[in-house]
Design a protein around this ligand. Structure first.
Ligand code: ADP
Ligand code: MG
Length: 709
């Protein structure tokens, strides 16, 4: 078969055995451009995409009662002789076809039907099998618009459990089903890439059999995500995901790195200047990072730790190693607030060690900016902290050795690349405050090097978290007043406003209203306000007043979610907590309990609360372990949602559902380790089969990392 002839899509290196699956869906008989477009929208443009389009239900066409026994409201297949056609007397009336078996007569009813089509499909005197929902109307047995009409010779094909598929407007169910049947027929026998013992132990079918089972279920159990065929396909996909990530990683590690190792003198000064001692997990993370940097390979390590776990200091120590080695280091944060926060932590410590450091954000203009840039370029400023401004054109370093990228909640692959391209063989440290469950971590990064900060710095007390109905707002305001009177500071978070065109209030307006009310009660100078629409200078002023303790209460929208370190803040009020996500509430709450005084978080909710929101609030009350919360979030929302698919860089899976199949991921990861240890270039029989697997799941890019890719 010529690839071009069937509408070939994609990579020219793809194995020929896969060509039929990577043809355009319009290469299937019965699918022209119009249906092709609809299928592309629904499932994808290729034949293979139809294989991944799974049925969600079953219709049992095997039920074959006599006409007299056909129960009302149930799908039946009736075997009848066609007796008479009754065209409608006027176009508003239906076309009727009378048919019978030995027990009685059934009326087949068609609205807006074409008579010529019906005379062909239901010729008088012939036997037909008609299948559809039976109705009884004034004692008559009726079937309106049978789903299927076939002759006796096609009985076997009809009398089955028929899968039902998700549809899109304009695409008839029968057309889609037929197209999928053809796609399944086209699915070739593929070389087995699966580890033999694993396949036997799990009693998994072959790939082709599995595709057949998925689309030809023999009972409702076969539709479950735990059905053996589905699990096999999920494993295939996860295996391809892990293999692709591992190949990419192996390639990365082969690229030239540099040895960055200092003499420890500056580091000793920093440690001396710290007003606290490092936690055990900070010490471990620091050693892991220093080890990577001293190695001649390129570092790509993720530093993972809950809000307030002390990542900045760990990053600073890494940056100091680069400075000791005579090079430079840069830390980039996703927002201005966060960049300033990092700078505020880093600057006094670096200064104590005699190391110049500069902050560069989009706000720096003119002479000041020029001076900073000159310092980066001539090396007189060895440490840079900043926002995206750091990767703009015109920013250059004398010798950048380490790029630290604070990613917060995203997987900022692009940012890492951008920043590290400002130097040669740059080591990269990514930081995230999202306690990503191990499973998601594996899926997104593969076997990336990770350091985790699992402890909270000493002296921190767990936050006392309570849920309070909004009706008790007045009492909450009183309690806030008492906390302020005894020297505490309070965050007041205003709700997300759901997308509601009828609502006159947006997030900003809600915060302004609450601010006005609280300012009237507690005094305008003691109550500050920040929201996303404020000018930068106004925002700074408000944040400054709060962090210096002049303002005791800060009314804010979720802009405070990232960053903001005010250890004296001991109370957080979150209005309409039921509208927030679990991870988001956890991040918000992490803003308090950073000092040594006991802290309280009040989650105000509007009754009645839905089940999911109730579960979220209960989880928050019970635990402040970020990893547990992340696992729970995954359970409640599913993988795609947890990180926000689009911006997260999380791969989208077609056969696998991480909420169900996540236990397969570590197995696939181990499998990949063994495979690559034995056959790093995928040249053995199994290796070649695995290449096919990579192409099947469109991980073509990974194959190019192989010597003979
Ligand atoms: P993260 O960036 O992980 O959210 P930070 O690095 O901002 O956390 O640290 C939060 C606060 O904890 C900062 O004020 C920092 O000075 C302080 N801190 C960091 N490490 C320790 C420690 N080992 N003991 C006490 N306080 C610490
Ligand atoms: Mg290195």
């Amino acid at each position: 078969m010529s690839a071009a002839g069937i509408g070939y899509i994609g990579d020219p290196m793809r194995p020929a055995v896969l060509f039929p699956l990577f043809a355009d869906v319009t290469s299937l008989p019965g699918i022209g451009p119009r249906f092709g477009k609809l299928i592309a929208k629904l499932a994808g443009p290729k034949v293979a995409d139809l294989l991944w389009h799974r049925p969600f239900g079953l219709i049992d066409r095997r039920f074959q009662p006599s006409v007299a026994d056909a129960p009302e409201g149930r799908v039946c297949t009736l075997k009848v002789r066609i007796e008479e056609h009754v065209p409608p007397p006027n176009p508003k009336r239906p076309y009727r076809v009378l048919a019978r078996d030995s027990s009685g007569t059934v009326e087949l009813v068609f609205f807006h039907a074409r008579g010529d089509w019906l005379t062909k499909a239901l010729p008088i005197g012939e036997i037909r099998l008609v299948s559809g929902r039976v109705e009884r109307f004034r004692g008559h047995v009726q079937m309106a618009h049978p789903d299927r009409i076939v002759g006796e010779d096609q009985a076997d094909e009809l009398l089955k459990l028929e899968p039902t598929y998700p549809l899109t407007a304009g695409l008839p169910a029968g057309t889609l089903r037929k197209a999928i049947e053809l796609a399944v027929e086209r699915a070739p026998e593929l070389p087995e890439w699966m580890d033999g013992p694993l396949k036997d132990q799990r009693r998994w079918p072959s790939w082709r059999q599995a595709i057949g089972f998925i689309h030809g279920p023999s009972g409702p159990g076969d539709l479950e995500p735990t059905a053996s065929a589905r699990v096999r396909l999920a494993y295939d996909e996860l295996l391809s995901n892990q293999l692709a990530l591992a190949l990419m990683r192996a390639h990365q590690k082969k690229q030239a790195g540099r040895r960055t190792k200092g003499d420890g003198k500056l580091r000793a000064r920093i440690l001396k200047a710290l007003p606290y001692s490092l936690t055990q997990s900070q010490i471990t993370a620091d050693a892991e990072i220093a080890g990577d940097m001293a190695d001649d390979k390129r570092m790509l390590r993720l530093l993972q730790g809950d809000v307030g776990s002390g990542k900045t200091v760990v990053a600073l120590l890494a940056m100091i190693s680069a400075v000791e080695a005579g090079s430079q280091a840069a830390l980039m944060a996703p927002t201005e607030i966060l960049a300033r926060q990092h700078f505020a932590t880093i600057e006094p410590l670096a200064t104590a060690a005699g190391v110049p450091v500069a902050l560069l954000t989009g706000r720096d203009k003119g002479k000041k900016r020029d001076e900073i840039l000159a310092g980066f370029e001539n090396g007189s400023i060895p440490i840079a902290v900043g926002t995206h401004a750091l990767v703009q054109e015109g920013v250059a370093f004398r010798d950048l050795a380490l790029a630290v990228v604070d990613e917060q909640h995203r997987f900022g692959v692009d940012q890492r690349v951008e920043l590290s391209s400002k130097g040669k063989a740059v080591d990269v440290l990514a930081m995230t405050a999202t306690p990503i469950p191990r499973t998601l971590m594996l899926a997104a990064y593969g076997d990336l090097d990770v350091s985790r900060l699992t402890e909270k710095p000493a002296g921190r007390k767990p936050v006392d978290t309570r849920t309070v109905p909004l009706e008790r707002l007045a009492e909450v305001i009183d309690a806030v007043g008492r906390a302020m009177a005894s020297g505490g500071q309070v965050f007041w978070v205003c709700p997300l406003i759901e997308d509601n065109p009828d609502s006159p209030m947006d997030e900003t307006a809600a915060a302004e209203v609450r601010h006005a009310e609280l300012a009237a009660r507690f005094g305008a100078d003691r109550v500050a306000l920040v929201h996303g629409k404020l000018k930068a200078a106004e925002k700074d002023k408000a944040m400054g007043a709060f962090s210096e303790g002049v303002a005791k209460l800060l009314v804010a929208t979720t802009v405070i979610e990232v960053g903001v370190d005010v250890p004296a803040a001991t109370v957080m009020v979150i209005e309409h907590a039921e509208r927030f996500g679990l991870a988001q509430l956890h991040q918000l709450r992490g803003r308090i309990g950073r000092g040594d005084k006991p802290a309280t978080c009040l989650l105000l909710y509007q009754t009645p609360v839905g089940e999911a929101a109730k579960a979220r609030l209960a989880t928050l009350r019970e635990t402040d372990d970020g990893f547990r919360i992340a696992e729970e979030d995954l359970r409640l929302r599913g993988a795609g949602e947890v990180l926000g698919k689009r911006q997260s860089g999380m791969p989208e899976f077609r056969a696998a559902d991480l909420a169900v199949h996540s236990d397969l991921l570590p197995i696939a990861a181990d499998d990949v380790k063994l495979i690559l240890a034995k056959d790093p270039e995928l040249e053995s029989e199994r290796g070649k089969a695995l290449r096919t697997l990579l192409y099947l799941f469109e991980r073509d890019a990974a194959v190019r990392y192989l010597r003979s890719g």
